[in-house]
Design a protein around this ligand. Structure first.
Ligand SMILES: [Ca+2]
Length: 238
């Protein structure tokens, strides 16, 4: 049946990863091991392609997106070397496993239990507005700052479905002075993370993580383009 097929696929994939690990140790592969490695290679090629596309997009949009997203490459390498789920998506269930966040919501099953393709909702929909108060811990911007971010549009391109690209208006208020700017950003399904590029006089961006349960609230970090942390902020949808 279907379950059996997917178990077999997982087994092949697992063996493939082992085979790849061995291959990297310089051992030769024959017969079954070679076939399994080839199968895993095709998955590997898909991940490489996604990484390359991500690099291209990160270059195009500039800013902090690339700095945050390149974590994925390291995470993918850690997957192959078997060092756990650090920074990756955890499939959960009875047989926990890790997949790259690039593989989450990319419209192909990667988890044995399909968990990487079951929750592909983005809270950062067009027309949503996110508000919070920034209490600075560093970056010298001492007066309390109110922030409101309105998502004007989002785009989930067919060629790269594991990220949703955002365009937003940011209003910052500090001591009765308002500043309005537009910025770009993205939503990362694998990390349930919404990121907005640094903008405005304060030149700060926000990285905000959802808990996977409450889609109307995320816990964020306010950062400089260097990713230096300036403050914590909770954004609430309103
Ligand atoms: Ca997938």
């Amino acid at each position: 049946g279907l379950g059996e097929g997917s178990n077999m696929r997982s087994l092949l994939l697992l063996l493939g990863l082992v085979a790849l690990a061995r291959f990297s140790d310089g051992q030769q592969l024959f017969g079954w091991a070679g076939m399994i490695a080839a199968r895993s290679d095709s998955n590997e090629i898909r991940m490489q392609k996604l990484n390359q596309q991500l690099d291209g997009i990160a270059d195009a949009i500039g800013g902090i997106g690339g700095a945050i997203e390149t974590d994925d490459l390291g995470a993918r390498v850690r997957k192959l070397t078997g060092n756990g789920c650090d920074g990756e998506f955890q499939c959960g269930g009875d047989a926990p496993e890790c997949v790259s966040t690039l593989a989450v919501c990319d419209k192909q099953n990667d988890c044995r239990n399909g968990a990487d393709e079951t929750d592909c909702f983005t809270p950062a929909g067009p027309g949503t507005a996110w508000s919070g108060v920034i209490q600075w811990s560093s970056c010298s911007a001492t007066p309390e700052t109110s922030v409101r971010i309105m998502v004007n549009s989002n785009d989930r391109p067919d060629f790269f479905p594991s990220r949703v690209w955002l365009e937003a208006t940011v209003i910052m208020e500090q001591g009765g002075e308002y500043e309005t700017k537009t910025t770009t950003g993205f939503y990362n399904f694998g990390k349930k993370r919404m990121v907005f590029q640094p903008v405005g006089t304060l030149n700060v961006g926000i990285i905000c993580d959802f808990d996977g349960v409450d889609n109307a609230r995320c816990e964020g970090t306010v950062v400089k383009p260097s990713l230096q942390k300036c403050a914590d902020v909770v954004l609430v949808k309103k």
